[in-house]
Design a protein around this ligand. Structure first.
Ligand SMILES: [Fe+2]
Length: 166
């Protein structure tokens, strides 16, 4: 599939998500919480209530169904909070991420996401998301990566995953 960029949330939904994410960032900083995945330079939270709620709304599921062109069921959400260290090497995801939505919540600078055009082609589409924008792609079929972050750049991303209903 050709990935698509969409703003999937209403203004108020996005505002609540931003506020909730900022609270988590404050806790991480105030309590000096070590990174969950130091090799990736990130803290990660599986299914935080404020993401899980969005993932399971009828409207959000409908949008996923429409964009992915298949009847999908939500699997899990993930809050990915990146520091300015590490990088995301080219990879594909586990089967629970067959269809994925990566939403930019906040960032100091744009941090491009590269998604492979055809398996093994080595050519990539580049996505420079702004806060509120999300890219819809297949995590299992399309290799994706981000390059080494620049010092001082940090970036928070919401991931929403779906699988096709077979
Ligand atoms: Fe991935």
């Amino acid at each position: 599939m050709r990935p698509k960029v969409i703003r999937p949330l209403t203004r108020s939904q996005f505002k609540s998500l931003l506020m909730a994410t900022r609270k988590v960032r404050r806790i991480i900083e105030n309590f000096n919480i070590p990174m969950h995945e130091p090799a990736l330079g990130r803290w990660g939270i599986h299914d935080p209530p404020f993401l899980k709620k969005i993932l399971h709304t009828a409207k959000f599921k409908q949008l996923a169904h429409q964009v992915f062109g298949e009847n999908v069921r939500p699997t899990y959400s993930f809050l990915s909070m990146y520091s300015d260290q590490g990088e995301l090497l080219p990879h594909t995801d586990q089967k629970l991420c067959e269809y994925s939505i990566a939403l930019c919540i906040q960032q100091k600078k744009v941090w491009p996401l590269y998604i492979e055009k055809k398996p093994g082609s080595g050519t990539y589409w580049t996505y420079r998301l702004k806060p509120g924008e999300a890219v819809f792609y297949s995590g299992t079929r399309q290799r994706h990566h981000r390059k080494l972050r620049k010092k001082g750049n940090c970036c928070d991303i919401a991931l929403f995953h779906f699988q096709g209903k077979k």
